[in-house]
Design a protein around this ligand. Structure first.
Ligand code: ADP
Ligand code: MG
Length: 688
């Protein structure tokens, strides 16, 4: 039953071919599509707020009498109108205005304005409010909250409002089809929820709408998350349908390799290695995510998997998000596999010209069994001869599409390579249920024996001298220290300069210590020399940029100072801190912050002090920064929902999974229309 909602948008008033084209570009073809273009937030124009009762940063309607309207010649010429009601005075400020406009704002004129109130140095202000003249005693206001729509496709806010309002009127005659199975009772009907969210009544609970937990929002969020889950499941089914090489490995070789290490794998590592061994022996692709806290030993698990694939006669690609991490893997694997006859190719953005051609040749001819690199591995001209396994480290910085693009390069008749994804830091379970529903998950929930929990202190930079003294004492006692300089700028040059300056300052303050310096601008050989000296104990205090975030492993280093930690995300701080606490000595981390801290900054640092558990920290990160930041996938659109919000809607996820599973098992014909409804054609995600 198509109903009126299935009509093309061109049936609406004001939609000509030009606007229809614009709408089509953002995936809106039918009236029903407009209904799912949901407001981002609301403005309350249903009542007039007394000027004296307005709050900073809030959008309000005010009404008052013009006292004066004058041109102010400040830094920028502006028209300033003083408006007064019985309760207070506010300045309306216009940077763009006409002479006629000024003339119409004579003292005594009554205005009704809508805009955001700011509490500036000179009292209350409103910049460029919408306004109109009113007659004394006029009471008319809007009778519903005003929706604010995502301004997509170069279509203005007013136009979106008009379009959606027309769609809602039609909806009242014919509701879009319910696509969720009736076995799952939901608190709101679909049509009811849509009408409510497009036109909430004046008494709608604004707070709960703002927070995203109104039942109408929950109703739609469930449906959107189900659609999202089905998309990922579909992706998984599509992958799984492909054939893959069966990698049976060589148990004896694996055992030899593990025996050659100076330690034995933890029980958790063994369990995950076993899971992978079983997966890759199957004739369809493994899709597995390995999660584990910093230092839990994910690299070893990756190495074991790589060895199995290589022993089966296939190539392995290992991809890391940064040059340094990729290089760290290369050094690690070179040393671990030194007794085995394995040819390793290396590909990064810095490998160019003849070297690159040579590397590509060893990859495409199959002479390199193991290929390690960065994003450079995605490039179109990288082709493998027999790629059997793709290992992606720190998945959260790559998008789903990138991961999949690599699996297209496997080589003729090889089938789809197996995929192993390792996260750098744990991902909250709730988030991985949404973001990685297409992957099976393994958790390394155990650290190698003997690790010491790191104690963390928050210290104001005004007490820097005390901290310098503390470093002196620690080093005098034979311990080694990291001093990490952070800069917001991405620029290597600026980061290096900041670290150089700090190293010079510390060397002067602590003449008795050997101070070293490492940053991203050093040549790899120079970097290696410094790191080797630190490892050998010839450097007491290592000043570093965040390059040491990954891969550095010096058990005798047991003190870390992080400057301006408020500039970093929790995941990065957790990674950094993971560089200490690797030996038997009690370890400490000092977060040397710059006050004043923002509330969010304070909460983040307190979370660091409260816990060394990566899973806890990841949950906090999600709460404080949102899923886009935590996953690092904002650009890919993966987590751009229309109505669902994480972690606000975490509590819905169990039910979402149930519903999605039920649809797959019992109502498979509902999956496609649901996915279509919510992911539309414009969504990046739909292109997967
Ligand atoms: P992450 O999970 O953070 O990637 P790594 O793989 O870098 O951790 O491992 C951290 C350190 O622990 C490395 O020095 C590694 O050699 C060491 N390691 C890994 N597994 C074990 C183990 N079972 N016992 C002792 N040390 C281990
Ligand atoms: Mg790692």
């Amino acid at each position: 039953m198509p109903g009126i909602a299935a009509d093309p948008v061109t049936q609406l008033r004001g939609v000509g071919p030009k606007l229809a084209t614009k709408l089509a570009e953002v995936g809106i073809h039918r009236v029903e599509d407009l209904l799912f273009h949901l407001p981002l937030r609301y403005q309350d124009r249903t009542r007039v707020t007394p000027i004296g009762a307005t709050q900073d940063g809030v959008d309000v309607v005010i009404e008052g009498e013009v006292r004066v309207a004058d041109i102010a010649f400040g830094r920028r010429r502006s028209l300033v109108v003083r408006l007064q009601d019985g309760t207070g005075t506010i300045s309306l400020r216009f940077f763009h205005f006409s002479a006629a406009q000024k003339n119409n704002l004579k003292p005594g004129t009554r205005l009704r304005c809508f805009g955001q109130v700011r509490r500036g140095g000179s009292g209350l202000e409103m910049y460029h409010p919408e306004y109109r003249q009113v007659i004394e005693g006029e009471v008319e206001t809007e009778d519903a909250l005003t929706p604010v729509y995502p301004a997509l496709g170069g279509i203005g806010q007013n136009q979106w409002r008009k379009l959606c309002a027309q769609a809602v009127t039609r909806l009242k005659h014919s509701s879009p089809q319910e696509l969720l199975p009736t076995e799952h009772p939901l608190p709101y009907g679909l049509g009811e929820a849509l009408v409510f969210l497009h036109t909430p009544p004046p008494d709608a609970p604004q707070e709960s709408l703002r927070e995203g937990n109104h039942p109408a929002q929950l109703r739609l969020a469930v449906e959107e998350l189900v659609a999202h889950n089905l998309t990922l499941q579909g992706l998984r089914a599509q992958q799984q349908a492909a054939g893959s090489p069966q990698l049976h490995g060589n148990a004896q070789l694996l055992e030899q390799f593990l025996d050659s290490l100076p330690f034995s794998p933890t029980a958790a590592q063994q369990r995950v290695m076993q899971e992978i061994t079983e997966d890759i022996a199957k004739p369809h692709p493994m899709l597995r995510l390995v999660q584990g806290d910093v230092g839990s030993g994910k690299t070893l698990v990756a190495a074991a998997a790589a060895l199995q694939a290589i022993a089966s006669g296939y190539q392995v690609a290992i991809m890391a998000p940064t040059e340094i991490l990729a290089e760290q893997h290369r050094l690690n694997f070179m040393s671990w596999f030194s007794q085995l006859d394995i040819n390793i190719a290396w590909l990064s953005g810095r490998i160019k010209g003849k070297k690159r051609v040579e590397a590509l040749e060893t990859i495409s001819s199959g002479s390199a069994a193991l290929v390690i690199g960065t994003h450079a591995l995605f490039q179109a001209d990288v082709m493998f001869e027999r790629l059997g396994l793709v290992i992606v480290d720190e998945q959260h910085r790559f998008g789903v599409h990138q991961r999949l693009s690599l699996t297209e390069k496997s080589g003729p008749d090889v089938g789809r390579p197996h995929q192993l994804v390792m996260t750098a830091t744990p991902i909250p379970r709730t988030l991985s249920m949404v973001a990685y529903a297409d992957l099976d998950c393994s958790v390394i929930d155990e650290l190698p024996p003997g690790r010491q929990p790191v104690e963390t202190a928050l210290i104001d930079n005004s007490r820097r001298e005390q901290i310098v003294q503390r470093v002196a004492n620690a080093c005098a006692g034979g311990r080694q220290t990291y001093w990490v300089c952070t800069l917001v700028e991405e620029s290597d040059v600026l980061q290096a300069q900041a670290a150089e300056a700090t190293a010079a300052e510390l060397a002067e303050a602590l003449p008795e210590l050997a101070v070293g310096l490492v940053h991203g601008r050093l040549k790899p050989t120079e970097k290696d020399l410094v790191m080797a000296a630190f490892k050998a104990g010839k450097i007491d205090l290592l000043v570093a940029t965040t390059v040491i975030e990954v891969g550095v492993d010096v058990p005798n280093a047991s003190l870390m100072i992080i400057e301006n930690p408020e500039r970093l995300g929790l995941a990065q701080l957790h990674q950094l801190r993971g560089r200490v606490g690797r030996g038997t000595a009690a370890s400490h981390c000092v977060l040397l912050y710059q006050s004043p801290l923002s509330l969010n900054g304070k909460q983040r640092l307190q979370a660091m002090r409260a816990s060394t558990d990566g899973f806890y920290i990841a949950e906090k990160d999600l709460e404080l920064r949102g899923p886009g930041e935590v996953l690092g996938t904002r650009q890919t659109g993966l987590m751009e929902f229309r109505i669902a919000q994480l972690p606000t809607h975490n509590h819905l996820l169990e039910e979402v999974q149930d519903i999605a599973a039920n649809i797959q098992a019992n109502h498979p014909d509902l999956a496609e229309p649901l996915i279509h409804r919510w992911t539309g054609t414009s969504r990046e995600f739909a292109k997967v």
